[in-house]
Design a protein around this ligand. Structure first.
Ligand SMILES: Nc1ncnc2c1ncn2[C@@H]1O[C@H](COP(=O)(O)OP(=O)(O)OP(=O)(O)O)[C@@H](O)[C@H]1O
Ligand SMILES: [Mg+2]
Length: 150
């Protein structure tokens, strides 16, 4: 177990990325927000599936392609947003999105860079990079003073 501010992992397979998500889920608490960044196919949804599995959510996790939000309920409620289809961040204003961002659930945001200045100041950032077909660099950090481990 290591206590850290930033963790960088190289994943060699989707299964490894899922396992990483499961392990990272242990660091999450009610009210946490996790912003995911990375190009198409970098593994955001794959890691989110792992996180959900770690939180006791069985199946049904996929990118909320035609809606911005999917909600999964287990011990914690998970709000899974995907802003890929958001044309401009103004579309999000007045939707009540902030009620989800600042509540007792766990919030997972794909394509977080699309809403950069609407993101809660205190959050985890997960930056995913495609190194080659099966390798991904995954960098997890927290924007605040949070001490966390996985
Ligand atoms: N190490 C790896 N980790 C995660 N995914 C991998 C890895 N190696 C290959 N892949 C493949 O990359 C793809 C990742 O897809 P995923 O839907 O998780 O990406 P995404 O970042 O959510 O994409 P999008 O921006 O379209 O939502 C899958 O096809 C998966 O099989
Ligand atoms: Mg996705």
């Amino acid at each position: 177990m290591n206590t850290n501010k930033t963790k960088v992992i190289i994943s060699m397979s989707p299964e490894e990325t899922m396992k990483l998500g499961e392990d990272f889920a242990k660091a999450l608490k009610q009210g946490d927000v996790v912003a995911f960044y990375g190009e198409l196919g970098s593994g955001k949804t794959t890691m989110i599936k792992g996180i959900c599995s770690g939180l006791g959510i069985e199946g049904g996790v996929r990118s909320p392609s035609f809606v911005f939000l999917r909600i999964y309920k287990a011990e914690n409620t998970v709000y899974h947003f995907d802003f890929y289809r958001l044309k401009k961040k103004e579309e999000l204003l007045n939707t009540g999105y902030d009620e989800f961002f600042y509540n007792s659930g766990i919030v997972l945001l794909e394509w977080a860079d699309r809403i950069e200045d609407l993101l809660p100041e205190l959050r985890f950032d997960v930056v995913m990079k495609i190194l080659n077909e099966n390798e991904r660099e995954i960098r997890i950090s927290h924007t605040g003073q949070r001490v966390w481990s996985m």
